[in-house]
Design a protein around this ligand. Structure first.
Ligand code: ATP
Ligand code: MG
Length: 252
């Protein structure tokens, strides 16, 4: 039974998408079979994985909106052991369209039941909001990874995210765990970044993953080549850090 992990933070540009693709590829290197789900209308995950989103006949939007669309028909194979359920801009309308549905928080969870047994891990890339798409991801998930940019105001908004997780536990998904908090875009040369990570460790303690993802321009280069950093620059320390994260996830 695949473990479902949502990568969420309503703050934009903190490394959610980068974490999903690199963690996904790192898990396949460990021999696991992985499904990536793009739940962001901006479709950054799909685009950076090389999916031609404008030409997609169907996407995660159709799967959510129409129970008769088989999820398997929409999933694409990216590499050996790595699949994606892609997004397209249609998804921007899904939150409004799903508002009137009964059990609207649990639609993704219900759809994933059909494929869950085919994967070891299902990683969901959330949009930068706490709307119904993120709520669907957190309702479907066994656990959540929270990437936090190691910069000023990183903790701003965390209270809101934690409250959302708490509400989802109380109402629909009592077993939802915070798997961990991942420091991203860390610039260890600045005292400021070190102070931010110290504060994050004070607040979250053992929930903070040991690997911290350093800031590097290579992360922005990899998607241009439709690759994860792990494939683009296998020996880069950012690639090593995501491999370390994959090991922590697999062993934890
Ligand atoms: P959004 O909220 O818009 O979906 P996000 O949280 O998914 O954003 P990413 O898209 O993963 O964040 O990252 C934002 C930008 O920062 C991208 O251009 C990405 O390539 C770059 N980036 C990601 N991780 C790092 C890093 N460790 N160092 C430098 N740049 C990074
Ligand atoms: Mg993103």
């Amino acid at each position: 039974m695949g473990k479902i992990i949502a990568v969420a933070n309503q703050k934009g540009g903190v490394g959610k998408t980068t974490t999903v693709i690199n963690l996904g590829v790192a898990l396949t290197e460990l021999g696991y079979t992985v499904l990536l789900i793009d739940l962001d209308p901006q479709s950054a995950l799909s685009i950076s994985a090389g999916v031609d989103v404008a030409a997609l006949p169907r996407s995660v939007y159709d799967v959510l909106i129409d129970a008769d669309v088989p999820i398997r028909d929409v999933i694409l194979s990216l590499r050996s052991r790595l699949d994606i359920l892609p997004a397209s801009i249609d998804l921007a309308g899904a939150e409004m369209e799903l508002m009137a549905e009964i059990g609207r928080e649990a639609i993704l969870r219900e759809r994933l039941e059909h494929v869950r047994q085919e994967y070891d891990y299902i990683l969901i890339d959330c949009p930068p909001s706490l709307g119904l798409l993120t709520v669907n991801a957190l309702t479907a998930a066994d656990g959540v990874i929270i990437p936090l940019q190691s910069e000023y105001l990183a903790m701003r908004g965390m209270q809101q995210l934690l409250q959302t997780i708490d509400k989802i536990r109380k109402k629909v998904n009592p077993d939802l765990k915070i798997i961990g908090v991942l420091g991203t875009m860390y610039d260890g040369r600045t005292a400021h970044a070190r102070e931010v990570m110290d504060e994050v460790r004070t607040v979250f303690g053992d929930l903070v993953f040991a690997p911290v993802i350093k800031k590097s321009i290579r992360f922005a280069e990899a998607p241009v080549a439709n690759l994860s950093l792990i494939e683009y620059a296998p020996d880069h320390e950012g690639a090593q850090a995501y491999r370390q994260l994959a090991k922590e996830i697999a062993h934890g």
